[in-house]
Design a protein around this ligand. Structure first.
Ligand code: AMP
Ligand code: ZN
Length: 459
């Protein structure tokens, strides 16, 4: 079976065929680095990290995720805080990568910074002007949407309707309200670069087009991002790139993730419900957050609540509980394959709910087995599945010893279990049961086995 992906342009799931056999190029719009990433921003990073892992099983992948380090929001942040722009962008680019790494996001193959690609952007803008797709006006260069027949195709918008319904106040130098900025002039105190149109800086959309061209080529296989980027950002990237490249398609497959809400409310600063990854990872294991983000299909909306997290934690406890105490040799581990049904689910438009169901089926089979050879093989398959999904990366004992604030610490649990065992040895079953109840109340389940008593958190 070929990999199936939902393409926004075609509006349906289609078989995936890369442009060049055996190789795939993928671009994901990365962060604008002037503040911390919130949990919604983490969704595309995690989902498309998983897609990169799925693609790497079959193809040589070149995955680019950019850093936008020139933007009016960054300039505003610098004015507000008095910090130099370079200090802000360097700090938040690092924080972003550290925070995403905590969620198991692997670094992309290429991480282009916008400010290091100004020459490529200028060259692309020059091509667009020469081709009659862009015009200069009062130090600005604008893309002329009227010159591109396919404008609106990706976001399924009709340009004439857009123009007719437009209430935007049109800048006097624009031919049409929908024309967007490729280059704009910079004041002396603003960051700027010399260009044929004077000292200025690029618009946001041209950054991605130019960086994708430079690192991945004129036509890329996959372009990804959150749903909100379809219009105008991706529509504009698509227009610029295909017009600069003689009409060649920009991306062959467009993938977009659904939005994340908090307790069924849109995340927003004014409501004060913005959850930063940087804060969440202080108390919640990154794997719990990752699993919570992968729990819903990536194109569906995802509502984030306390229950989302506790259910993800319970799920991980079940997965870790299954492999706990099973020795897996390096040879068996290296030979283990991810079960075909799990791979098939992921290759079917990243169907994570189905893939997780297959993961649990594997855990159940392992829990049921009494055959040590079979148990070792199944545990190895679980670790292989974990490697693919970015889960089950900790040592199970370390996992169960970990705790979040408010949970009973591991050493306290161990000492209660030791006391209970003493009580049992002394045949004081009343005391032993009381300790079991005390642990159960704290959400700790214990199990007595041949090798002693094991425990796990109940979520
Ligand atoms: P931004 O910094 O706003 O450009 O967002 C960075 C990435 O996060 C983009 O791919 C957005 O589409 C995505 N994104 C922003 N907010 C959310 C959200 N609430 N849910 C899912 N994705 C989001
Ligand atoms: Zn972009």
């Amino acid at each position: 079976m070929t990999i199936q992906l939902h393409d926004t342009l075609r509006g349906r799931k289609v078989p995936f065929e890369p442009l060049n056999a055996g190789e795939v190029t993928m671009y994901l719009c990365g962060p604008t680095v002037y503040n911390y990433a919130h949990i919604g921003n983490a969704r595309p990073a995690v989902v498309f990290d998983l897609l990169a892992r799925i693609l790497r099983r079959r193809y040589k992948l070149t995955f680019a995720r950019n850093i936008t380090d020139v933007d009016d929001k960054i300039i505003a942040a610098s004015q507000e805080t008095g910090e130099p722009i370079e200090a802000i962008t360097a700090c938040y680019a690092k924080v972003y990568n550290d925070d995403m790494a905590a969620l198991g996001v692997q670094p992309p193959d290429v991480e282009p910074y916008a400010t290091q690609h100004i020459d490529v952007m200028i060259a692309m803008i020059e091509k667009l002007i020469a081709g009659g797709f862009a015009y200069e006006a009062e130090g600005h260069v604008l893309f002329d949407v009227g010159a591109h027949k396919k404008y609106g195709e990706l976001s399924k918008r009709d340009l004439r309707e857009m123009i007719a319904g437009s209430r935007v106040e049109v800048a006097p130098y624009k031919k049409a309200a929908q024309d967007f900025v490729l280059w704009k002039p910079s004041e002396d105190e603003q960051p700027g670069w010399d260009s044929p149109w004077g000292r200025g800086r690029p618009g946001w959309h041209i950054e991605c087009s130019a960086m994708a061209e430079k690192h991945l080529g004129e036509t890329i296989d996959i372009h990804a991002g959150g749903m909100d980027l379809v219009f105008p950002h991706h529509e504009n990237e698509c227009a610029q790139s295909s017009c600069a490249h003689g009409g060649a398609p920009f991306a062959r497959y467009w993938l977009h993730n659904g939005f994340l809400s908090i307790d069924e409310t849109k995340m927003s600063k004014s409501l004060g419900n913005v959850l930063l990854v940087h804060d969440l990872i202080k108390t919640i294991p990154g794997e719990v957050i990752r699993l919570a983000l992968l729990g819903a299909h990536y194109r569906q909306p995802l509502d984030w609540s306390a229950e989302t997290l506790s259910s993800a934690r319970r799920m991980l406890d079940r997965l870790y509980g299954a492999v706990r105490g099973i020795e897996v040799s390096d040879e068996v581990r290296a030979a283990a394959e991810v079960p075909a049904a799990l791979v098939e689910a992921l290759e079917d438009d990243i169907n994570t709910p189905k893939a997780l169901a297959e993961f649990f089926a594997l855990a159940r089979a392992l829990n049921k087995s009494n055959d040590p050879v079979e148990m070792e093989t199944l545990a190895a398959q679980m670790y292989a599945a974990g490697d693919l999904m970015g889960l089950l990366c900790s040592d199970p004992e370390a996992w169960f010893a970990g705790h979040v604030e408010g949970d009973m610490p591991a050493d306290e649990i161990e000492s209660l279990i030791a006391k209970r065992n003493e009580a049992r040895a002394a045949k004081d079953f009343q005391a032993a049961d009381a300790i079991r109840d005390q642990l159960a109340e704290a959400g700790i389940m214990i199990e007595d086995g041949a090798g002693g008593t094991t425990w796990r958190r109940n979520g």
